[in-house]
Write a protein that binds this ligand. Structure first.
Ligand SMILES: NC(=O)c1ccc[n+]([C@@H]2O[C@H](COP(=O)([O-])OP(=O)(O)OC[C@H]3O[C@@H](n4cnc5c(N)ncnc54)[C@H](OP(=O)(O)O)[C@@H]3O)[C@@H](O)[C@H]2O)c1
Length: 164
């Protein structure tokens, strides 16, 4: 999974992301480039037209609507179906890219979380799920300070699921 959240776990407001942090967006782009990206229908709809589909990535959209159209993306009815497609294509690291409903579903089967932890509370209805810190180990943390393009400080954090 890859996500960015505020200190109160908020990740989204009114089908948008409530901050603008270009270096986090760049991190997302660099990390997911040429990989499979798996997202919920609402996340897909929140993307600006020029990023539908997210370029240089295989986009998979999860929806219960059998007749849903998302030009440039593969449509699937379940997370399992998405993972099966990525596995069959020999993808080594498929990314679940949100939003909240999809992160909640994916927490159990995921084994790594790239989480940008922003040092600020935000207004918003959508949150990143709580996860058990005894089950997940922090393996990396890189700090990013504020500057004229980054109003809030944040950390790029990686968590790995304990495999025993
Ligand atoms: N900060 C971040 O890192 C980040 C990342 C991504 C998104 N976001 C934000 O997150 C928000 C969107 O998140 P969200 O929780 O509202 O929506 P979402 O997770 O993107 O999508 C929800 C949709 O996924 C489909 N779905 C959910 N569970 C399903 C299941 N079990 N089987 C089949 N389909 C299922 C349904 O589509 P249908 O209704 O079509 O059936 C559901 O309406 C936006 O504000 C976005 O900007 C933030």
């Amino acid at each position: 999974m890859i996500a960015a959240m505020g200190s109160n776990r908020v990740i989204g407001k009114d089908n948008d992301i409530p901050w603008h942090l270009p270096d986090d967006f760049k991190f997302f782009k660099d990390t997911t480039k040429s990989h499979y990206v798996i997202m919920g229908r609402k996340n897909w709809e929140s993307l600006p037209a020029k990023l539908q589909p997210l370029p240089n990535r295989t986009n998979i959209v999860i929806t219960r609507q059998a007749d849903y159209k998302a030009p440039g993306a593969i449509i699937v009815p379940t997370l399992n179906a998405a993972m099966k497609i990525a596995k069959e294509a020999k993808e080594e690291e498929a990314f679940v890219i949100g939003g909240g409903e999809i992160y909640r579903m994916a927490l159990e089967t995921s084994n790594r979380i790239y989480l940008t932890e922003i040092n600020e509370d935000f207004d918003g209805q959508v949150t990143f799920p709580e996860f058990d810190k005894t089950e997940w180990k922090e393996t990396s943390r890189v700090h990013h300070g504020t500057d004229d393009q980054h109003e809030f400080e944040f950390d790029f954090v990686t968590y790995e699921k304990n495999l025993h």
